[in-house]
Ligand binder design. Structure first.
Ligand SMILES: N[C@@H](CCC(=O)NCCCC(=O)O)C(=O)O
Length: 250
């Protein structure tokens, strides 16, 4: 049997004055090597936004992290703190894609920006700068050039519910590379991990969705070295295989 198809929406990147659709290799590699599925990158742009066509081939969806931020107009009347960080084409694809994927119970794994998109798509709001909010810690990455340090362990999260059962622990040490974070949790989501400052670090869609998980940290970074990341990507792969086996009947 062919491997299940995992869609990964791209990010917009300007290189040498031209527009490119990009996805960090670590996301597709984790899908291929740990979840054992076939990643399929989805381009952005108005003329390429036939969500229904894209979902017809999807066994699952992975929403990657990105240096860009969800444009605040999707959750408030605030302006972006830094307008150069918006990626309107990514928002235009991912926000409706998430809503349809949840409706159709398509397995979804949302990482960092993806986690923030999941919350916004379902009606939640974000802090644009968590480090400026009273009572919150600075969750941004160290400025060190060394990726081992940037993506290295940063803080503990307390796990609850299904996620705690999936990982088999009630505490996990995670990396942390984000300036934004969940402010108001979207009504349908269940928070299942919390940082020491109370920031929501993982969310799950309600029961009935095979695997709909968002995490604020980066399990795709060297997943093979981290049993919790392996457990999450394997479970995600199983959910995608379950959907293939049903012939997308869900
Ligand atoms: N810009 C948002 C999201 C942070 C994020 O997704 N970082 C990923 C960095 C690039 C990568 O490793 O894919 C924020 O700052 O909160």
């Amino acid at each position: 049997m062919s491997r299940p198809i995992v869609l990964i929406p791209s990010c917009t990147k300007a290189i040498g004055g031209l527009t490119f659709d990009t996805v960090g290799r670590k996301y597709s590699a984790a899908v291929a090597e740990v979840a054992e599925c076939q990643p399929l990158l989805v381009p952005l742009g108005q003329s390429m936004a036939d969500i229904s066509a894209v979902l017809d081939v999807a066994d699952a969806i992975l929403l990657s992290g990105s240096l860009s931020n969800v444009e605040p107009r999707h959750y408030s009347d605030e302006l972006p703190l830094d307008p150069t960080t918006v990626d309107r084409d990514r928002d235009a694809l991912t926000l409706p894609l998430i809503r349809t994927a949840i409706e159709r119970k398509i397995p979804l794994f949302a990482i960092c920006r993806g986690f923030q998109e999941l919350n916004v798509a379902l009606g939640g709001t974000l802090h644009q700068a968590v480090h400026s909010v009273d009572g919150h810690n600075d969750h941004r990455e160290p400025t060190d050039e060394d990726f081992e340090i940037k993506f290295g362990p940063k803080h503990q999260v307390r796990l609850e519910g299904e996620l705690k059962a999936w990982i088999g622990k009630d505490q996990l040490t995670v990396n942390s590379l984000h300036g934004q974070g969940i402010n108001k949790l979207a009504e349908p989501l269940i928070a299942e991990a919390f940082a020491e400052d109370g920031l929501v670090e993982a969310v799950r869609a309600p029961a009935g969705n095979a695997f709909s998980l968002g995490v604020q940290w980066h399990p795709e970074w060297r997943p093979q070295d981290n049993p919790a990341s392996v457990a999450l990507f394997r479970r995600f792969g199983e959910a995608a295989r379950g959907r293939t086996a049903k012939g997308h009947a869900a």
